[in-house]
Design a binder for this molecule. Structure first.
Ligand code: T68
Length: 808
């Protein structure tokens, strides 16, 4: 696409779509005109694919996810269409990056799980797989975070306020969803016993479609997000009676369902509205698939041949019961046949072992929202447990553990068990995690059917997280090995040949320094803190959680602070510690950790005795957009979760892909990253997950570690002294008391190995050529962690899906 054609398109869209002549157009107007022009080109591809996608023998994947975190679209779409340079030329003199930066972030997810879904859409499109992502069009996504007096303050996200050019509303494909009420039995015209569901509410789901274009692939996938609206016919009666507010209330009530994203990661909030959200988008999506299946002239007997459905964690697991309900109640299919189709349709990805994140719904709540589904689940469970009884007679403990219904006390519906029973495959998201899924989470299911368990190690898209985020490094790599690596990440291996090349190392260091200088400017503008781009950038960005151990990082910072104070001539490698991440609004300890980071930052940054050797920064409002400026500037990536707690991590991959070295535990995908980049290029410390288990089993006493290590004791005492809290000795006591008394995440045990390992980092960074060599090797060996590899594994091993043939 030539610059001339693009220039004409921008002008046309500025005139006809935005309606603002160039003379008075604001940067926002230009952003819109460019975005419309790019969307036109994507739609062109979308329309061209129509025939292919709807051919009778095409099987497609539906990726069901309550969260998608795509990040701003414009920059990435320009990159994927291969027209960034020409767009720049077309804008002669204007600042394309300024316009790209104006786009609001669609924050429709909490963290890793939602971002993974977005990476997979990018890869599905790039690799030309037929795919749809189904989710919820939250009016308010994840909150914006601001920091007041060191504390997190949540500000409502209003991503839709300026309008959203990338979505197209499709009212003609709206679906009606029932909620609540009761069931009745009746006999149909053939004398068969049937059940009908009489709801006490209905809402309408209206789809909004966003096409996601692949990288230089001519292919698109669809992101179809459902928005809840009131069923019009319902309020007319009230309206005619003059009950205006009654009618509006109904509308408000219905629209509530897709109003706001629950901001909890790794913590279940058993709220009715959350269950309604889950059912709402699942019911709309299943009905949409049935519609498409029938429209293509297929019978529902072949549903599983037309669609494979991936459950992104248990949030959409109710789909198992919903497909059964549709097939049995609506389409009068015999139970056995419907169950066979259902089992062949679904597969389930588990993303967590944390007990507090495993979804379970109190039975009365579940029954009052989804009375028919509860009956269906009971029937699924009855048949399933009968099978189990014949295989393991008399093992009532096993029966109780496998049951979809938890009856150990108050009764619950266990969504993970429903997903397990209703799927042909379950996978974990890193090799270690997948082992733990078998041995710790679902050992009884594993006994029953070990073949059902697989691993697909997560991956990230190199397009957004290197090509788009790090143009300097991208150019440098292109210059040495050509540009095909962006769609074949294994080719980065060719960089190994240059790892020892001094000229290349210098270029590599120059790019890193430029990226750090840019981030330093952003830090100054957003926080007022001045940091030195030549210092070691030590970065921990991710959700704030005790298991992720941001506070272990803080203990190290205070250790250095203490050492500098004790020895005014101490020489250490100057470091900038950067933190970013949101805490769930109701998670007290996580919020207190943010306050601790900011309090330590305030003290350390202002203390002249520190001689600027260390700087501590908390960059507010960590999101995809900000992440893109942070990853390229990292020297050191902190991946320090307690072993066995982080399912995979994906930030670890993005940072390493941008040339950061990792300091980390043997947890999640760290294990595989270390295997790939080589143990000598990775800073390993800490307990393994077996050691952690043994330590806990033997009666862990965190206080012993503290008392046995004067430096650690000094750190804890310094926090408790009120030095970081204007003399308030109690402020951080919940953190220190927990560390000394319980320490669920074993910080005390891992402190000394961590601090020692950080000392190795300090020394290693002084040899800049060696460090740079390690950095180059990290990048060169990251091929495995492309989401292209991950998506191919899903397609080959789980979905049995074939890509479209390339365009003739
Ligand atoms: C993350 N999970 C894992 N959950 O923590 C991370 N949870 O190790 C992994 O790399 C990533 O998933 C992708 O597999 C989450 O991000 C959530 O965000 C979440 C949201 C709602 C409810 C529960």
């Amino acid at each position: 696409m030539s610059p001339e054609i693009l220039k004409a398109a921008f002008a046309d869209n500025l005139n006809f779509a935005v309606g603002r002549p160039a003379e008075i157009a604001t940067p926002e107007d230009w952003y819109q005109a460019i975005a419309f022009s790019v969307r036109d080109r994507i739609m062109h591809r979308w329309v061209r694919q129509f025939e292919k996608r709807n051919a009778p023998d095409v099987r497609q994947v539906a990726y069901l996810s309550a969260e998608f975190l795509p990040g701003p679209h414009l920059g990435n779409s320009l990159l994927n269409l291969g027209i960034t340079d020409n767009a720049r030329k077309a804008l002669a003199g204007q600042d394309l990056d300024l316009y790209i930066g104006l786009e609001e972030e669609p924050g429709l997810g909490n963290g890793g799980l939602g971002r993974l879904a977005a990476c997979y859409l990018d890869s599905l499109a790039t690799l030309c797989y037929p795919a749809t992502g189904y989710g919820i069009r939250y009016e308010f996504g994840i909150f914006d975070q601001s920091i007041k007096d060191g504390w997190q303050v949540e500000v409502t996200d209003k991503w839709l306020l300026p309008g959203n050019i990338w979505e197209i509303k499709r009212p003609n494909f709206a679906q009606v969803v029932k909620i609540g009420g009761h069931t009745e039995t009746y006999t149909d015209e053939h004398g068969a016993f049937r059940v009908r569901w009489i709801p006490d509410r209905v809402v309408v789901g209206v789809p909004y479609d966003t096409p996601i274009v692949g990288y230089l692939s001519d292919s698109c996938v669809l992101l179809r997000l459902w928005s809840a609206e009131a069923a019009q016919s319902f309020d007319f009666a009230d309206f005619n009676r003059g009950d205006y507010y009654g009618a509006v209330e109904e509308k408000v009530f219905s629209e509530n369902i897709s109003k706001v994203l629950y901001p909890n990661d790794e913590q279940l909030e058993g709220k009715r509205l959350r269950l309604e959200q889950q059912y709402f988008f699942v019911a709309c999506s299943i009905k949409d698939m049935i519609r498409l299946c029938l429209r293509r002239g297929s019978t529902l007997e072949r549903f599983h041949e037309m669609f494979c459905v991936q459950l992104n964690d248990t949030h959409p697991a109710i789909a198992v019961a919903e497909l059964m309900r549709q097939l049995v109640d609506k389409y009068a299919m015999p139970w056995e046949r419907a169950w066979d189709i259902t089992r062949r349709t679904f597969s389930y990805t588990n993303h967590t072992l944390m007990p507090e994140a495993l979804e379970k719904w109190p039975l009365p709540l579940f029954g009052s929202v989804l009375p028919r589904h509860l009956e269906i689940i009971y029937e699924i469970n009855r048949r399933f447990l009968d099978e189990v009884r014949t295989r393991f007679p008399g093992d009532e403990g096993k029966i109780a553990r496998l049951s979809i219904i938890d009856e150990s006390g108050e009764k619950y519906v266990r969504m993970a068990n429903l997903a397990m029973v209703g799927s042909h495959t379950v996978n974990g998201v890193a090799a270690l995690h997948s082992e733990l899924v078998k041995t710790q989470l679902f050992p009884d299911f594993h006994d029953l059917d070990p073949k059902r368990f697989q691993n697909v190690t997560n991956g990230v898209t190199p397009r957004r997280f290197l090509g788009l985020s790090n143009p300097g490094l991208t150019r440098l790599i292109d210059g040495r090995i050509g540009d095909s690596w962006l769609s074949n990440l294994d080719r980065l291996r060719e960089l190994e040949a240059f790892a020892g090349d001094v000229g290349f190392q210098q270029d590599w260091m120059r790019v890193k320094l430029e990226n750090k200088t840019r981030l330093a400017r952003i830090i100054r503008d957003r926080t007022g803190v001045v940091v030195d781009p030549s210092s070691l950038f030590d970065i921990q960005v991710k959700r704030i959680h005790e298991y992720k151990r941001q506070h272990l990082n803080v203990l190290h910072i205070i250790t250095l602070y203490q050492r500098i104070k004790h020895d005014p001539r101490l020489q250490i490698t100057p470091r900038t510690f950067l933190f970013g991440g949101k805490a769930a609004p109701g998670y007290f300890m996580a919020k207190l950790i943010i306050k601790l980071i900011n309090s330590v930052a305030e003290t350390v940054n202002q203390d002249p005795a520190v001689r600027d050797l260390i700087k501590v920064v908390f960059l507010p409002d960590y999101n995809v957009k900000h992440a893109q400026n942070i990853y390229p500037a990292a020297d050191l990536s902190e991946q320090i979760s307690t072993a066995g707690k982080e399912a995979s991590g994906t930030g670890n991959m993005k940072l390493s892909l941008n040339g950061a070295l990792t300091i980390g535990t043997l947890d999640g995908a760290n294990v595989e990253i270390r295997e790939e980049v080589g143990a000598e290029n990775f800073f390993l410390f800490g307990l393994t997950c077996e050691q952690a288990a043994r330590l806990r089993a033997g009666g862990y006493n965190p206080g012993d570690y503290c008392h046995g290590d004067p430096e650690l004791r000094g750190v804890i005492e310094l926090i408790d002294s009120g030095l970081f809290s204007h003399g308030d000795r109690d402020l951080f006591r919940p953190i220190t008391a927990h560390l000394l008394e319980r320490d669920d995440y074993l910080l005390m045990a891992d402190y000394r190995p961590y601090v020692n390992c950080q000392q190795e980092v300090d020394h290693a960074y002084r040899d800049r050529h060696h460090w740079t060599r390690m950095s180059i090797l990290n990048v060169a060996r990251m091929g495995k962690f492309s989401s292209d590899r991950a998506v191919r594994e899903y397609a080959d091993n789980i979905w049995k899906l074939k890509p479209f043939a390339p365009e003739a």
